[in-house]
Design a protein around this ligand. Structure first.
Ligand code: AMP
Length: 291
């Protein structure tokens, strides 16, 4: 593995690979790598002979007052993990190397960013779309792998890729979870032992929603949400949003709407435990058994 900091050198390296006809799979991350990230890297390895992983805590996607300055940074340990996985290039630019002083471009993916996290994190998805478009240009990736854990992000990047005819495939990867079902996240390290115990309620809530739907396939959105809320509502957890939306448009559905009438319904939630904001989502599907 080689660690590169300069966007230009990454571009030159990839150009040489491409001359040899090699395809490139790319995994963008903000580092503090965990089993979820590593699963994405393994998927990348199965897709293409060359793999690039980026580690960049992108200031554009953090609003004022969010956790940019205290976001966990563990570059040395991350680099060791990626070396073991035999990644070809680790791209870890500094902020200065990545964004020129006169950088002003912003990419905005409309509609899909209006609700769910987009409503509570102003400017977040503009920052995400902008950094990803720039990273795709630098890495010239044929495949980019994104986790379903950040489902709205995955949809936004897929939409941007399609809208702008970007020559790459966005590949989704299922959420990797802890033994009790909590989605792996770099932000889990912020949780105290007590908060971590409370966080187990999040996967319990998504399971309760699925159980409610499976028990009553004629259920409406309100009753599915009530089942999730009952599992989640406890002192110490503040629900930011809890919604059912179609995967297609990510617009929260009316509580009176029958679940059956929603195309690919999915439960989305964000909750704060102490100072930590956690998100999760799950497909609401009558066909699959939820573990
Ligand atoms: P991040 O470093 O949090 O920006 O995440 C980088 C990539 O890893 C994104 O595509 C995330 O969706 C994905 N990711 C983060 N956590 C998980 C997880 N628990 N399971 C699968 N993918 C994940």
């Amino acid at each position: 593995m080689i660690a590169l900091h300069s966007p230009q050198i990454v571009q030159e390296t990839v150009l040489r690979w491409k001359k040899d006809g090699k395809k490139v799979a790319f995994v963008p991350t903000m580092g503090a790598l965990h089993a979820g990230h590593l699963a994405l890297v393994e998927a990348a390895k199965s897709l293409a002979p060359k793999v690039i992983v980026s580690i960049f805590v992108n200031p554009l996607q953090f609003a004022q007052g969010e956790d940019l300055s205290k976001y966990p940074r563990t570059l040395e340990a991350d680099s060791d993990l990626l070396e073991k996985l035999d990644v070809d290039v680790l791209f870890a630019p500094s902020e200065k190397e990545f964004y020129a002083e006169d950088f002003v471009t912003q990419v905005r993916v409309g509609k899909l960013t209006e609700h769910l996290c987009g409503k509570f994190r102003p400017g977040h998805f503009e920052g995400v779309a902008t950094v990803c478009l720039k990273l795709f240009q630098i890495t010239q990736a044929d495949f980019a792998i994104f986790g379903e854990k950040d489902f709205q992000q995955l949809r936004v990047i897929s939409q941007m890729t399609s809208d702008l005819n970007l020559p790459l495939s966005v590949v989704p990867y299922p959420t990797v979870r802890e033994a009790d079902g909590l989605a792996r996240s770099s932000r889990n390290v912020y949780l105290s032992a007590e908060e971590r115990a409370l966080a187990a309620r999040i996967p319990q809530a998504t399971k309760a929603a699925n159980d409610a739907y499976r028990a009553h396939p004629s259920a409406n959105v309100g009753s599915v949400l009530a089942a999730a809320a009952a599992a989640l509502e406890t002192p110490g957890i503040r629900i930011e949003y809890l919604e059912v939306a179609s995967e297609k448009d990510l617009v929260p559905c009316d509580k009176a709407l029958a679940m059956r009438d929603i195309f690919l319904p999915r439960l989305f939630l964000a909750a704060r435990i102490g100072h930590t904001r956690l998100i999760d989502n799950t497909a609401l599907d009558l066909r699959i058994e939820i573990a």
